[in-house]
Unconditional design. Structure first.
Ligand code: S3P
Length: 204
């Protein structure tokens, strides 16, 4: 967990909303969940947690090692338990999830109950450009990793679309710009469902 201490207020700075409910970033590998999530957590002055990092720490192994030695079902089980623990802790955080977490029905139900989910959506060309030179993703260890990514996108997109909020990850946009876009989209989501649990408290 990366702590982001709340700095002393800057009277000249823009008003930053207070996070009341965990924001969970979902979407495919390369969407920017971790990099944008860190920025978003820093803006909100709340901890940032990456579920892949937590699973690897709990297992004492890297993600590829978990896949290789325990198999994907064991990874999914660990991922679900880690996410349930983080959401159940009650403290609002920004949580970046591994690309398959939201696809698991039980994990998705946990997220729906206790967090506001944001699908960081990106087209396959953009995702591929970001992941092609980065090893460590077991599901892309195939003869044609781009085709594997495109296949995951095709199968998963309808499920990611169940997220509370959808934000398009744009080529060239800074992490700061994407984080602010997420804030705007979540605030709009709050306004649209007045009476439901709010994610952000707008401070004067
Ligand atoms: C996976 C995505 C990875 C990691 C694991 C499986 C997936 O996380 O959890 O390799 O099923 O899409 P990132 O989305 O952070 O790369």
């Amino acid at each position: 967990m990366i702590e982001a201490p709340r700095p002393s207020p800057d009277p000249a700075g823009p008003a930053v909303p207070r996070l009341l409910r965990t924001i969970t970033l979902v979407g495919l590998m390369g969407a920017g969940k971790t990099s944008v999530g860190k920025r978003l957590a820093a803006l909100l002055h709340v901890p940032f947690v990456d579920s892949d990092t937590e699973v690897a720490t709990a297992a004492g192994m890297s993600i590829p090692e978990i896949f290789a030695s325990l198999g994907e079902p064991a990874f999914r089980d660990g991922e679900r338990r880690v996410i349930a623990r983080l959401l159940g802790a009650g403290r609002p955080i920004v949580l970046a999830t591994g690309g398959g977490a939201f696809i698991e029905p039980r994990t998705r139900a946990e997220i729906a109950g206790l967090a506001t989910s944001v699908w960081l959506r990106a087209d396959v060309d953009l995702l591929w450009d970001r992941v092609r030179d980065r090893p460590g993703r077991p599901l892309l260890q195939t003869a044609d990793p781009r085709a594997a990514l495109a296949d995951l996108d095709r199968r998963r997109a309808p499920i990611y679309a169940e997220a509370s909020v959808i934000v398009d990850s744009r080529r060239g946009a800074t992490h700061e710009a994407m984080a602010r876009e997420i804030l705007g989209a979540v605030a709009a989501h709050d306004r649209a469902r007045e009476g439901g649990p709010a994610t952000l408290e707008m401070l004067p």
